[in-house]
Design a binder for this molecule. Sequence first.
Ligand SMILES: C[S@@+](CC[C@H](N)C(=O)[O-])C[C@H]1O[C@@H](n2cnc3c(N)ncnc32)[C@H](O)[C@@H]1O
Length: 217
Amino acid sequence: MHAVLHVDVAGRALAVVEPDGAHDPATGRALTGSWLWDSAVVLATHLASARPGTIHGATVLELGAGTGLPGIAAVACLGAARCVLTDVGPLLPGLRANAEVNGLTPAQADVRELRWGEDADLPDCELLPVDVVLMSDVFYDPEEMPAMAATLRRLWRDGTVGWAASEVRCGVQDCVDVLREHGFDVAEVDRVTRPLLRDPTQASDFAVYRVELWRPH
Ligand SMILES: C[S@@+](CC[C@H](N)C(=O)[O-])C[C@H]1O[C@@H](n2cnc3c(N)ncnc32)[C@H](O)[C@@H]1O
């Protein structure tokens, strides 16, 4: 059975459906993107309170979207024109369900498979231009970062800006450092302590980053 959570963003309760059938066909293990991570709530909440001017009317692309809360919130609550929600194949039906349950049309929420570093064959018109890139809890494995940086470079154009959120834990800074080595300026713009979704008796620290490309191709 699917679990459904509700998250308040800018005064609107967004539904988050956590699909129970999204497994890695190779390992049989549940995919990490099949449940909502706290960082997604932190990122959506940060964007709702900071209201960066770049979101209104924007095309927003979310990398490693999982259940897609930040990208969906950008359109449903923050005035973005459309979102492109991307992740590995088995998570795409869940992303479509989440967009639909929150009232987004297929024109407002484009759901696509996008594995980091494996986008070279996509024709430009498939994903570009992207104004804003959102990333929630995707900074955990420094070895994945060169592939992510290659994808980010392909998506970036003049004026594109990225926003990311991560729980402050071991490995995050290493990921940030790898992105910096690949030409991205990653600046921590907010840090919050909040109770955990799964165990509100516990709290953790979360960082929000603004990401820009400073070293052109
Ligand atoms: C910790 S989960 C976070 C999910 C979601 N962003 C959230 O915060 O709720 C990490 C996400 O990154 C995706 N991911 C990991 N490696 C990836 C890769 N190489 N290409 C595309 N997505 C990847 C996973 O499938 C998963 O959805």
